[in-house]
Design a protein around this ligand. Structure first.
Ligand SMILES: O=C([O-])CC(=O)C(=O)O
Ligand SMILES: [Mg+2]
Length: 651
């Protein structure tokens, strides 16, 4: 465990120890070197409670070299709660006292001008009079002192003045870079309004224009040029205790295709949600983009493009870079860091997941996260439509990561419910790709992830013909192509289903297979509809429908929190099923009455805590947890671990 040993006066040299509760030992020479390299040479002022203070900026928060600062901790839930949010206070920052020393790994004290420019500690006008005196801020701020609530009101007021969502996005990113706690406070308190800004659909536009709106670097960029040096790059990142990494290679950003290095907006956005929705500490989150080039001609010719100007590396070159990356992550952060693969193209996504799920704690959001949220939606939908999962027939438009991932999880759940073999359950599920219905006669030319879905049937070329021939009760769009659920398709669904279940999951909004309005209008208000990107409520013949958003943002923050708090070392499909059940349980009759099969996002932190608890319980049951003992009340424990964005007082 880390500790900071006090130094009582200006300029005092601080001795460095890496300590555990029972043992202290001096730093090794390598650690000392590392330490020196990063020391910001300004006088060390603080650490003794009651003396003139300072804000500790620990620029080299190294732990035990594998990022498992608190592994095996047996602190009680109450201790964790007292630490004030986040996962077990990995830096010891909330617990430093005179009795309990903590190591000053390159500790310096932010004060004055630097403090105002440090996003982790800056409070802007909310610095109190006392803090302004203690931290050399006098004169650097106008005289007024305001609280965080007023700051939040001002930000929301400003954001609402912007007509363009992209301008709101830029303003939010600027806020994150200036005052992290205020950013999260604003996002958490206004989640329904701001989710479409920091996440889909606006993040899609931001990625398309990322080069020209680029102001300051976010996340870690690893490119082909860094081959052989990835471990060094990871060590350049200022935070050492990382719990969640979201990584993309930018090849399939939402439904927008190859955006190369500009895909960085996605890991940044997803991790903002890990913190805001799931309560993982921001300092424990690391967004990464792996730049292996892009095949997007427009970007290659764009003078503002920020990535490598070359076509994508493939084959051995690609595999070797990814393999070096995965090894470096494990070496630097240990076994328990969660790596979320995001927006990789199909041809890499399935292989990466299959390869690394055996050796790392990995999860593919587009395959597994989407599957888990859609299954939750179906479990909830079946409370309104008759029949069990196995009694329904499913048709997908799109047989990529989302389509096959959802199909597989549905089949798995069906198989668990009925004890029927998985292969039999798969036969209830049909997929259409760009070449028509996936049928047995196409097997020879199908990519491996589509093959389990090639059932006996004569060839069918169009979606409409497939709908008329298969007569599905559930139609799910994961094609990435907008407006493909035409009037004829929706009307056909409504002609043989009392309540057709229709999910248009492609993102962003412009790629949705149909709009909420179309689904309700064309089905005479009978559709049970959900979409991947948000749609406004729809009035149909005097009734207002509030369409649900079947977006993986419901699942990954809670799932990740559950994995982190239990110290999981591998992801198992039962954990995804547990997450689906937990989410489905949170939808109420009131939501159903309004036409939504999902609970509102405004309750997302509570929902995430429930998901985390169910996932963690599964991790413990499967013997894959490394954080022992198992807490008695996992929901309470999950809640107690969640980061809170309220300002801290600086002594
Ligand atoms: O980001 C989202 O909204 C959902 C998602 O993962 C994708 O569409 O790739
Ligand atoms: Mg995605």
């Amino acid at each position: 465990m880390l500790s900071i040993k006090g130094a009582s006066s200006l300029g005092t040299t601080v001795s460095c120890y890496k300590s555990s509760e029972t043992q202290r030992r001096p730093l090794s020479s390598t650690h000392a070197l590392l330490f020196q390299r990063r020391v910001v040479r300004i006088p060390v002022v603080c650490c003794v409670a009651g003396k003139r203070g300072g804000v500790l900026i620990d620029t080299n928060k190294n732990s035990n070299g594998n990022g498992n600062g608190n592994m095996g901790s047996t602190k009680s839930d109450a201790d964790v709660a007292a630490a004030g949010g986040g996962q077990e206070d990995p830096y010891g920052e909330d617990r430093a006292t005179e009795e309990q020393g903590v190591t000053p790994w390159t500790v310096s004290v932010a004060s004055g001008y630097n403090l105002l420019r440090d996003p982790h500690h800056n409070k802007g006008l909310a610095f109190s009079e006392k803090e302004r005196d203690a931290h050399y801020l006098r004169g650097l701020l106008p005289p007024t002192v305001v609280n965080q609530e007023l700051q939040e009101r001002k930000i929301m007021n400003n954001l609402r003045q912007y007509n363009l969502p992209l301008h709101r996005y830029i303003a939010m990113m600027d806020l994150q870079a200036q005052n992290e706690r205020l950013f999260y406070k604003v996002l958490i308190d206004n989640v329904e309004e701001l989710l479409p800004v920091v996440y889909t659909p606006t993040v899609g536009e931001a990625c398309q224009k990322y080069g020209s709106i680029f102001r300051h670097p976010q996340g870690l960029y690893i490119s082909l040029k860094d081959k052989g040096k990835i471990l060094d790059l990871l060590r350049n990142w200022p935070e050492k205790t990382i719990q969640v990494i979201v990584v993309t290679d930018g090849e399939r950003i939402l439904g927008l295709g190859d955006l190369g290095c500009q895909g960085m907006g996605i890991p940044v956005g997803k991790l903002a949600l890990y913190t805001a929705l799931g309560g993982v500490r921001p300092s424990a989150c690391l967004p990464i983009t792996i730049d292996v080039g892009t095949n997007n001609e427009k970007l290659l010719n764009d003078e503002f493009y920020i990535g490598l100007r070359q076509r994508r590396a493939t084959g051995k070159e690609y595999d070797e870079l990814l393999s070096e990356f995965m090894s470096a992550v494990k070496q630097n952060y240990g076994e328990k860091v969660l790596i979320q693969f995001e927006d990789f193209a199909n041809h890499n996504a399935f292989d990466l997941l299959a390869k690394y799920s055996k050796t790392h704690l990995v999860f593919n959001d587009d395959i597994q996260g989407t599957a888990s949220v859609v299954l939750a939606g179906l479990i909830a939908a079946l409370k309104q439509v008759e029949g069990t999962l196995a009694e329904h027939t499913f048709l997908f438009l799109g047989a990529g990561e989302a389509g096959t991932g959802i199909a597989e999880l549905i089949a798995l759940e069906m198989s668990k419910q009925t004890n029927a073999p998985l292969e039999e359950c798969r036969k209830k599920i049909w997929l259409v790709d760009s070449k028509g219905l996936i049928v047995a006669s196409r097997k020879g030319s199908l990519q491996h992830f589509k093959q389990p879905w090639a059932h006996e049937h004569e060839p069918v070329n169009t979606l409409l013909d497939a709908v008329q021939s298969i007569k599905p009760t559930v139609l799910i769009g994961t094609s990435g192509v907008g407006r493909t659920f035409t009037k004829e398709v929706v009307e056909a669904m409504a002609s043989f289903n009392k309540k057709p279940v229709i999910f248009s999951l492609s993102n962003p909004t412009s790629h949705s297979e149909c709009t909420a309005e179309e689904a309700y209008n064309w089905s005479e208000g009978r559709a049970i509809f959900a979409s991947g990107s948000p749609f406004d409520p729809v009035d149909y013949e005097g009734k207002t429908f509030v369409p649900g958003q079947a977006n993986n943002a419901y699942i990954f923050p809670g799932l990740g929190l559950g994995l982190v708090i239990s110290g999981a070392i591998r992801v198992h499909e039962d954990m995804l099923l547990a997450a689906s059940e937990a989410l489905a349980e949170q939808a109420t009759q009131e939501n159903f009455d309004k036409g939504s099969i999902f609970p509102p996002f405004k309750n997302i932190r509570k929902i995430s805590a429930h998901i985390a608890a169910k996932v963690a319980a599964k991790v413990y049951d499967l013997g894959l947890a490394s954080r022992l003992p198992r807490p008695d009340d996992l929901v309470k424990y999950a809640e107690s671990c969640m980061y809170s964005p309220a300002y801290r007082n600086y002594r």
